[in-house]
Ligand binder design. Structure first.
Ligand code: TH1
Length: 829
């Protein structure tokens, strides 16, 4: 009976598998049934959340059905499965996306209309899982979407944080953080799997011995244990497949709590339970910065151990030998956060499954591939040897063993002592620590960066020593975005217009947008294009009025920077420019300035003082500009609080200008840059990350370039950068900087922005002052082009028609070809 297909089971209940309830009538019926029987409500007395939950459950049934079908197909094909290991995911709202992928948006809308309900209002209710910080977590979710759509057997492993990224509020101009209770109203999308659970050990000591067969063996006697339980969320691809995102929640082990060791001590047992559950309590809210906290390492090890144990179980369930593990699985490490997996797989193979070291190492090295997402030194993970030894004593031994064999290899190659020390997995400078990027590199068969520029810098700088001995290990996969979510779902107006012109082939092949190119000069099409943009801007204006208390004329140039707040991203460069415009208008020299709305959003890590001060500066500049009658007809500034995927989906469609202004060499890729371009915004940007490739695709003349190149930045630093030189030489810049501490900002407090002022004048680590002039010049040019709306629109159309490369479908196909060696399995024609 185990071999019977899903078709068989449905036939036994008189339902044909093809009739999976995608009609309006069936949706309506199921929706009402969910409302009655699952929630005990009738439409007349419901809360908006009841309606949302009933609809989500209705859709979930259909999603799960597709998922079960896919699993069946995948197991028939028996191809290599991909496990994506990521400490973060940012799936965004599920409902709208799933409706699109099931192709039942219209049917659902009509079913609800017959009940006097409005689909868009229900969709609005969803609380998204904020299980990530920013680009890295969102990329993981884009990749889940494409893996499913392309029919690749895959599973996304991660952590089910009870509290995701904090909720950002603005209080008196400052960011304040509140906890994110995303599970408060329940989560209709997940399926708990209590039987899929694993024990994870921590601390204690190792016992080395030779067993009765004269075999060397190591036993790990832990100090404590926790259990991880699987929570599955199906992720549906377009038109067909489903894969799962499997997130682990930590709980106490029964056996341990109530064991003889603490017999009768109920309170101690409860305390242990609480401590165990702490592991998956909260996401660390640092983007590209280390906390170095023990709990973070516990989280990383916890989810990695559960996931590897799960994969080994699957391997056996599917009747395979452990020796074939790497042939049947590839594991993609999303940055170094899961890189302890290299040592954990070795431990499982050698200690628990009694495999020889050499064979285990061969399997391990052929299983893992590592994606690096940043070159920032403060983001490169290191764990102190003492912490690692205390928390994961066996893993530290294994890391030492890997290292000793690796260094031996290097000596045999004749490398210098200096180079060997640089490459060691252990950093001996100061407090000894484990370099996780080195562990990931040594333990993987492939290492990739996330844009051409970043991959080149990775090879020639941060991991240069490794690239020299293993040139073939290194490769690039430029990031991409889930265009179905970020265009089809979030920008229905533009999607409709595009589909009218070129058909809907772009949903599965974004490069077909090329066909729009020939309409770039078509005046009627331009007009329609402008109308769609204006509608989107009206919607964003409403949101900004509600959330930021700023009224914005939707015909203004919407100049937008939304992303995590970080000095290297240089939100403050944009602010310096806004102040420059402000002062010019006050001087009566504003005649060339196009009426502009400057829109910001993004979270600052709670412990990152400068980033929080930058947010304070945005709100101070907003107060100044928006309340000044000489200026507020020309300029408006708004900070949209609590940026999230949901908010992002409303921002990108409304943007005219996308700000991608990081110091060259610092932004590994960026993905917001792609989402903006896809929605018809033009870009002002540096030659950083994927901007380089965007510019290459859309054409130099359609991209507003400014600032130093990576090489120039490095040369400037080498020559001894003196930011005050620019202050002294450029009057405009001097005036703007002095204005920061003039008391005119921030209610007369001269000292409020002094730290920023001092930082820029004394160090300016991200060389804003050097790039200020070329940034302002480009902005001036942009304002002139904006006045010619036809020309602007022509460029906007060209941008969209040329960004086909930046779909995550393309990225995933590259991972398949150049890294995983798997073929997509197309399930339906
Ligand atoms: C981001 C990069 O900054 C960004 O350029 C890139 O587009 C994105 O990853 C996806 O590749 C990163 N986010 C994090 C977050 C943490 C640590 C390192 C990075 S790199 C916590």
């Amino acid at each position: 009976s185990h071999n019977k297909s899903i078709e068989h089971y449905f036939s036994t209940i008189g339902e044909k598998a093809d009739e999976i309830g995608l009609s309006k009538e069936k949706i309506k019926k199921d929706f009402l049934q969910k409302l009655f029987y699952q929630l005990g409500r009738v439409p007349a007395v419901t809360t908006s959340n009841d309606l949302y939950t009933a609809l989500a459950l209705t859709v979930r049934d259909r999603v799960l059905r597709q998922f079960v079908r896919s699993t069946e197909e995948f197991s028939k094909k028996n191809s290599r499965g991909i496990a994506y290991f990521s400490a973060e995911y940012l799936p965004g709202p599920h409902l709208g996306n799933n409706l699109l992928n099931l192709e039942i948006v219209d049917e659902t809308r009509e079913a609800l209309k017959e009940l006097d309900l409005e689909l868009d209002e229900i969709i609005e209710q969803e609380v998204e899982p904020g299980l990530g910080n920013g680009g890295l977590g969102r990329l993981a979710s884009c990749y889940m979407d494409s893996l499913a759509t392309l029919g690749i057997p895959a599973i996304g492993y991660g952590i089910r944080y009870e509290f995701g990224i904090f909720k950002q509020e603005i209080k008196e101009g400052w960011q304040s953080e509140a906890t994110d209770k995303w599970l408060h109203y329940g989560n209709p999308w997940e399926v708990i799997r209590p039987e899929v659970s694993y024990v994870v050990k921590f601390g204690g000591r190792t016992i080395h011995s030779t067993n009765e067969n004269n075999k060397y063996a190591v036993e790990w006697e832990p100090e404590s244990e926790v259990v991880g339980t699987a929570y599955d969320t199906p992720v549906l691809g377009y038109q067909s497949n489903g894969i799962i995102m499997r997130l682990w929640k930590a709980e106490a082990t029964e056996s341990f709590d109530f064991s003889v060791y603490n017999m009768g001590d109920y309170y101690k047992a409860v305390e242990k339970k609480v401590r165990s559950e702490n592991i998956t309590k909260v996401l660390y809210p640092n983007d590209e910065n280390l906390s170095g906290k023990e709990l973070r390492l516990r989280q990383q090890y916890f989810f990695v151990s559960c996931s590897l144990q799960d994969m080994i179980r699957l391997n056996f369930v599917q009747g395979r030998k452990l020796e074939e593990f790497h042939e049947k699985f590839a594991i993609q490490l999303n940055d170094t956060h899961p890189s302890i997996a290299v040592a954990e797989l070795m431990r499982l193979l050698v200690d628990e499954h009694e495999m020889e070291w050499k064979q285990a190492w061969k399997i391990t090295r052929n299983t893992f591939a590592y994606t690096n997402h940043t070159l920032l030194p403060e983001a490169l993970e290191k764990w102190s040897v003492s912490l690692m030894g205390r928390l994961l004593p066996r893993h530290l031994e294994i890391i030492y063993e890997i290292n000793s064999r690796f260094l031996h290899e290097l000596r045999e190659k004749g490398l210098s002592g200096e180079q060997i020390a640089r490459m060691s997995l252990i950093d001996e400078h100061g407090e000894p620590s484990v370099r996780m990027a080195h562990l990931a590199t040594v333990g993987s068969f492939r290492v990739n960066g996330v844009s051409q520029l970043h991959s080149r810098l990775l090879k020639t700088q941060v991991l240069n020593d490794f690239a020299e001995i293993w040139p073939d290990k290194f490769t690039n996969v430029t990031n991409g975005v889930a265009h179905r979510r970020f265009l089809a779902v979030s920008n229905p107006g533009l999607s409709r217009l595009i589909t009218e012109k070129i058909g809907n082939g772009w949903l599965t092949d974004l490069t077909t947008l090329k066909r729009l190119e020939k309409f770039a000069d078509d005046e009627i099409f331009q007009k329609q294009w402008m109308e769609v943009k204006l509608e989107n801007k009206k919607l964003l204006s409403q949101l900004l009025e509600e959330r930021a208390g700023v009224k914005i004329d939707p015909t203004m140039l919407f100049d937008v920077q939304v992303k995590r707040i970080h000095e290297y991203k240089r939100q403050h460069l944009m602010l310096l420019h806004i102040l420059d415009l402000y002062l010019k208008i006050k001087d009566g020299k504003g005649e060339n300035i196009a009426p502009s709305a400057f829109i910001f959003a993004g979270k600052a890590a709670p412990g990152y003082f400068m980033a929080k001060l930058i947010i304070r500066l945005v709100t101070a500049v907003a107060d100044l500009v928006n309340n000044d009658k000489d200026v507020n007809k020309i300029l408006k500034v708004a900070f949209l609080p609590n940026f999230s995927v949901k908010q992002a989906q409303r921002v990108y469609p409304a943007a005219d200008l996308s700000e991608q202004i990081s110091m060259a060499g610092k932004e590994a890729s960026g993905t917001g840059n792609m989402k903006f371009a896809l929605n018809g915004a033009l870009t002002i940007g540096t030659l950083d990350g994927a901007n380089v490739e965007i510019r290459e695709e859309v054409g130099e003349e359609n991209f507003f370039l400014f600032g130093q190149t990576t090489e120039e930045v490095q040369e400037t630093r080498r020559l001894g950068y003196r930011p005050s030189k620019y202050y002294e030489e450029q009057e405009d810049l001097e005036r703007v900087l002095d204005f920061l501490v003039s008391g005119e900002l921030g209610n007369g407090d001269h000292e409020l922005f002094r730290p920023l002022y001092n930082n820029l004048l004394q160090q300016d680590p991200y060389q804003l002052l050097k790039d200020f002039k070329s940034y302002c010049e480009r902005k001036h040019e942009i304002h002139q082009i904006w006045k010619d709306q036809k020309e602007w629109t022509r460029r906007s159309i060209l941008n969209v028609s040329r960004v086909g490369k930046f779909s995550s479908d393309r990225s995933i196909l590259e991972y398949c070809q150049n890294i995983w060696n798997v073929e997509p399995v197309k399930l339906r024609d």
